[in-house]
Design a protein around this ligand. Structure first.
Ligand SMILES: Nc1ncnc2c1ncn2[C@@H]1O[C@H](COP(=O)(O)OP(=O)(O)OP(=O)(O)O)[C@@H](O)[C@H]1O
Length: 970
């Protein structure tokens, strides 16, 4: 960010510059006296000048600018009121500013005469010598005496020197001054002779015998015209708005940072080219470029520098070239000057004790403790504009600036967690403990951006618990994980009475009823009014959901976060594509850092001004942004950083919202449960009821797992019998807009994962929704042939972008490798834990370099209530028998989430008994698989003819045959 110069600074700069010029003039004058012969041949012999106009170039700016009272007025100046020759000409000359084309290569105004009103002779400059070259001589390389000698030479009588001579002359003049030519590339271009004739600002003047013919009958002074334009700042670049001028285009093309925007028909440049461009433009006759706002003092204005040069005839010194750049932070301790070459500046840099020169980047860097000293001294260099570090950075790195911290890494003290439940504290992995320390060092305001699955929940609960005295606590989460959070609080904070946890389920609930209040993003925006008095401690899970400031969820959350004392943002993917996405999260954690987005956008989003406004979709200074975030906002560890601390598998039970189960489904589930517990039922009847219960569970879970906007058509495609269709349609409609887990995962940036389900209806629903959302996916179920299985598997493995593998629990739990994913989601539970573990091991196998995450979606009030503990118990037994390396219960959350009353116990026993009896497993499986609400199909039935080695038949053996795969380390 550049600070505008004060009037005092400008005066000082100008005084210094004058002094420097005077010194240089004296020196060169002395040199010239020693070489009188050379001076005789000065170019000014060919450049008649009116002595009274020695400063005319300087006045040019001053005079011309006021005449274009409006900055935007780009009408070519026609001070002599030439009648336009044609109507086209008239149009070209007098277009309204907005119609006026700017200096673009394709546009040439007809016969536009725009030679400067500075020095009439230039209109008839020697043949083959571009007028700008002459300006170069006049302003840069002329000899003072020669200049005076020739000033009264009448133009008509001017002896026209051949180009070579003029060129030689220039070289001599330049060498006589002992100065290298300025902008050599630029000057080379400017001295390139015209082949077809001398073009002056777009009008081709015919050559006659090597002489430039003056237009007959045109008095000299009447050929004078001018073009005015202006420089406009555009982020880190600037744009030049001016009508077409060939000479100017040549200048533009000589600048390294040039870029032409065909949409706006304008050229733009980086600020490093600002000085050279302005200087070159000053030398062009008839061109007036209004400088950038605030930069006037930094470019030699014609009224001053050129004026003096004209008087003295001295060339401009290269060290006086205007250079502009910025300071950029490159580490916690050092900053870099990102600026182009300046002799004086280098001399200054060399005075700094901590200076370092990077030969690769050709940049100088310094310790932050020398920052103030350097900046103060740079301010004394009139021709240098080195923009300071943003204020936010100097505040965030105060310790380094004041030399109180020299450590290359932040020194974070160990927090006293004695006030937090010991169960939680003792469970923290070392990197999680470090995360909590960081949060407390940041006074409870941070963005915890650890990779997915690293345990952000446990860390957030610990941080919030540290500030328990400031509760009630608000936890804002995607709706699919509201109950998972509830369970996590119960698990990690035994001191918290579960009744004090309030999960907000509907818009009618109160947001402040609990000590811990858990609400979804969407409900938060509906309950905004209840946020007074504000919460002091707030956790936001998946905080990148707030990335768009225009969304209702963001508008609801931001005011809340600004006033909260502690703000704990959690996201594994805080920004998915561009730094602009980080802005709201930074604002939430540190409201004072970048109160205005524009400042952030200019520095870090490569902001560019477009015809329609500012474009912030780019990126810039990312290294610095990372340093700032790490210092004061964000903590991020990747799985690879902490792999040694992680278990090979991390299981998570995700409690999907019971509120999403529609009344009809609820009634069907209850009826099935009642059947199972009704006395005098035969075993067969009980089993049928159990299967029905399991099947109804599948229906009930569909929306929580996947569906958001399940359309009538989708359902119609799935369902045949009207009654069932009506039943499920109602269910779906009742659940519309509900948040669902798999879509949330995709929105959170999960790239590749597996989703297992059992029922065809669930698999269908998942694939349909993925199709609708155009997410790449494969599906393997009982109907997939062996050959296709392998192909599909390869397709998934090699897919570079996001992809979901939708897999049948029973048909795809073995023989397939999906090691390019590290997450498995079970949309449905299955009673045989061996099958589940085999399914898990599709990702957890050789080739897997990461710790894998397994998410089990469990719906309360369904068969899951019984299946989940059953699975846990079975695994426990396997573990005790040494058949499983993992203690399932310990690795998953909330194992005791349902209270077993007598009825529940009875159902549980029935499940246990049914699935334990030999042969029952197969019977139940087949019965369950044949279930498809309303469909005549056989569901996800295994077709043994298409599946070699049917998993159904082999599963038990496979499970035990394969147990090495999960007992031995990968
Ligand atoms: N210290 C720990 N002790 C026991 N289990 C842990 C620990 N840390 C994390 N876990 C478990 O690891 C799993 C992943 O944790 P969590 O859901 O908090 O990860 P996350 O970083 O929030 O991932 P995501 O970004 O996917 O939400 C959970 O089951 C959690 O209980």
């Amino acid at each position: 960010m550049s600070l505008p110069l004060t009037e005092e600074q400008r005066k000082k700069i100008e005084a210094n510059r004058q002094k420097a010029l005077a010194r240089r003039a004296e020196k060169l004058l002395a040199e010239q006296h020693q070489k009188p012969a050379q001076s005789k041949q000065g170019p000014s012999q060919n450049l008649p000048r009116d002595p009274s106009k020695s400063g005319s170039h300087g006045i040019f700016f001053k005079q011309q600018n006021p005449s274009s009272s409006s900055q935007g007025d780009q009408r070519p100046q026609n001070p002599h009121n030439f009648p336009p020759n044609t109507s086209e000409q008239a149009k070209g000359m007098w277009q309204r500013p907005e119609e006026m084309p700017t200096a673009c290569p394709s546009y040439r105004p007809p016969n536009q005469v725009t030679v400067a009103g500075i020095s009439p002779p230039l209109a008839n400059s020697p043949p083959g010598v571009p007028s700008q070259q002459l300006w170069g001589c006049e302003l840069g390389q002329g000899h003072p005496q020669a200049s005076l000698e020739t000033q009264s030479t009448p133009f008509a009588n001017t002896t026209h020197e051949p180009l070579a001579k003029v060129k030689n002359f220039q070289e001599t003049a330049a060498s006589s001054s002992g100065q290298p030519p300025r902008d050599p590339e630029l000057e080379a271009r400017m001295t390139r002779p015209s082949t077809s004739g001398q073009k002056i600002s777009g009008s081709v003047m015919p050559r006659t015998e090597g002489r430039l013919q003056q237009k007959a009958g045109t008095p000299l002074h009447r050929v004078v015209g001018s073009q005015q334009g202006r420089c406009i700042r555009n982020g880190e670049r600037f744009q030049v708005k001016i009508g077409y001028n060939e000479a100017l285009i040549a200048v533009f093309k000589s600048l390294p940072s040039r870029s032409y925007d065909p949409a706006t028909k304008t050229w733009n440049f980086s600020m490093t080219d600002y000085g050279p461009l302005m200087k070159a433009a000053q030398r062009l006759p008839g061109i007036t470029l209004q400088p950038l706002e605030g930069a006037e003092g930094h470019v030699e204005s014609p009224s001053t520098s050129s004026g003096i040069i004209a008087k003295t005839g001295l060339p401009a010194a290269p060290s006086l070239a205007f250079v502009k750049g910025q300071c950029v932070l490159i580490s916690r301790a050092r900053f870099e000057a990102d600026i182009s070459y300046s002799e004086d500046l280098i001399a200054l840099f060399k005075q700094m004790d901590s200076r370092k020169y990077d030969v690769k980047t050709r940049k100088w860097s310094f310790l932050l403790e020398e920052y103030s000293k350097l900046m103060e001294r740079v301010r004394g260099l009139p021709q240098v504009q080195l923009d300071p570090l943003p204020k936010t950075l100097t505040l965030a790195f105060t310790a380094q600036l004041q030399k109180t911290s020299l450590s290359p890494v932040a020194d974070i003290p160990e927090a006293d967690l004695s006030r937090v439940d010991s169960k939680l504290v003792s469970s923290l992995l070392p990197f999680q403990r470090a995360g909590v320390n960081f949060a407390i060092a940041q006074r409870g305001r941070l963005l915890l951006a650890d990779d997915m699955g690293l345990g952000k929940t446990i860390q957030a609960i610990c941080i919030a618990a540290y500030y328990r005295k400031e509760w009630p606590l608000l936890v804002v989460v995607p709706s699919s994980v509201r109950f998972t959070w509830e369970q996590a609080f119960c698990r990690w904070l035994p001191s918290l009475n579960p009744v004090d946890i309030n999960v907000v389920v509907t818009g009618k609930d109160r947001l402040t009823d609990g000590l811990v209040n858990i609400v979804s993003f969407d409900l938060l925006s509906k309950l905004e009014k209840q946020l007074k008095p504000p919460f002091k401690v707030v956790i936001i899970d998946e905080s990148h959901f707030l990335k768009n400031i225009k969304t209702a969820r963001c508008r609801a959350a931001m005011p809340l976060l600004k006033v909260a004392k502690r703000v704990i943002l959690l996201s594994g993917t805080p920004a998915m594509s561009r730094p602009a996405e980080l802005y709201t999260q930074i604002l939430a954690v540190r409201p004072t850092f970048f109160p205005q987005f524009h400042a952030f956008g200019l520095r870090y989003c490569g902001a560019k001004r477009q015809p329609w406004g500012w474009d912030y979709s780019g990126s810039s200074n990312l290294g610095e942004l990372k340093l700032l975030l790490e210092e004061a906002v964000m903590l991020r560890r990747l799985k690879g950083d902490v792999l040694s601390q992680l278990p090979a598998k991390q299981r998570k039970m995700v409690v999907v919202a019971p509120g999403q189960i529609n009344a009809r489904t609820r009634a069907a589930l209850d009826a099935a449960a009642k059947e199972m517990t009704t006395k005098d039922k035969t075993k067969q009847q009980q089993k049928e009821a159990l299967i029905l219960f399991f099947n109804r569970t599948a229906e009930a879970k569909i929306p929580s797992v996947m569906l958001s906007t399940w359309t009538t058509e989708c359902w119609a495609a799935l369902l045949h019998p009207l009654a069932t269709a009506l039943f499920i349609y109602d269910t779906a409609m009742g659940l519309m807009n509900s948040s669902e887990y798999i879509l949330d995962l995709l929105e959170s940036g999960r790239e590749k994962f597996l989703v297992f389900a059992h029922h065809k209806v669930v698999l269908d629903a998942i694939t349909k929704e993925l199709e609708r959302k155009r997410v790449q996916h494969i599906r393997i179920d009982g109907s997939t042939s062996s050959a296709d299985r392998e192909d599909l598997c390869q397709q998934f493995q090699l897919s570079p972008g996001p992809a979901v593998a939708v897999l049948s629990i029973t048909a795809a739990n073995m023989g397939l490798t999906f090691s390019s994913a590290d997450l498995v989601v079970f949309g449905e539970l299955f009673w045989n834990p061996g099958v589940l573990m085999q399914a898990e091991d599709r990702v957890h196998r050789i080739g897997q370099l990461s710790s894998v995450s397994i998410h089990y979606l469990v719906a309360r009030g369904t068969a899951d209530d019984y299946l989940w503990p059953l699975i846990q118990e079975k695994i426990k037994v396997l573990g005790e028998a040494g058949l499983s390396e993992t203690n399932f219960s310990e690795m998953t959350e909330a194992t005791d989430y349902f209270s077993k009353d007598s009825k529940q116990q009875k159902i549980y026993n029935l499940f246990q008994k049914s699935f334990e009896e030999d042969g029952n497993d197969m019977e139940l499986l087949e019965a369950a698989e044949s279930f498809d609400p309303g469909s005549q199909d056989t569901g996800d039935k295994l077709d043994e003819s298409t599946l070699t080695g049917s998993p159904v038949k082999k599963k038990r053996f496979e499970f035990f045959d394969n147990w090495d795969s999960f007992t031995s380390p990968l």
